[in-house]
Design a protein around this ligand. Structure first.
Ligand SMILES: [Zn+2]
Length: 192
């Protein structure tokens, strides 16, 4: 059985001029029969929240067997070093290299049954989303969908390497998802 738990809800706050003032990714845990996976370990600011959530879930950092980075922006990866026993997964399209990471080259890679890493470029060239078949179809989108509004209004992420590609990635996610966990903020229903 596969179960998702959001460990910390990340912020994305901008000032009146649209400049980002606070950014922390949402951090999600996936429990599977084949190990515990964490997606986007987020920032130092979120570390106490993540620790608390793990304690409540009865999971220690060393229990986590895989960490998936949807991409390598710093607001998604700062707690990576806490997961000492985890294999790290990054897509080959990313410009920043992560020491010791396993590089995903596929467009669609099954990590374990029910959990797929799907290339959803546009925010960065190597952005991937995690497609999870659990009680519903979940997509942990990273910044392919930074905020719910990007999905509702079909607006590509403000930071992007290719806006049209980013829009195609949002559509790819929309075709699969019942529930979307965006890069920042709360999960939301994709179908209403
Ligand atoms: Zn990002």
């Amino acid at each position: 059985m596969i179960r998702l738990e959001v460990l910390a809800i990340g912020r994305l706050e901008r000032d009146a001029g649209g400049k980002t003032v606070n950014a922390d990714s949402t951090c999600t845990m996936i429990r599977t029969d084949n190990g515990i996976i964490v997606v986007d370990p987020s920032t130092n600011y979120m570390r106490p929240m993540i620790k608390k959530s793990l304690v409540q879930a009865g999971v220690s950092f060393g229990d986590v067997s895989a960490v998936i980075l949807t991409h390598t922006h710093s607001d998604h990866i700062q707690n990576l070093g806490l997961f000492l026993k985890a294999a790290i997964y990054v897509h080959e399209g990313e410009d920043i290299s992560v020491e010791g990471a396993i590089i995903i080259k596929e467009e669609d890679f099954q990590l374990v049954p029910g959990v797929r890493l799907v290339h959803t470029p546009g925010h960065t060239r190597g952005s991937m989303s995690v497609f999870v078949e659990a009680d519903r179809r979940y997509v942990i989108a990273g910044d392919a969908i930074p905020m719910e509004n990007n999905f509702r209004k079909m607006v590509p992420p403000a930071i992007n390497c290719d806006a049209e590609e980013a829009l195609q990635s949002i559509k790819k996610i929309k075709r699969y998802a019942d529930v979307i966990i965006p890069g920042h903020g709360f999960p939301f229903m994709a179908r209403m």
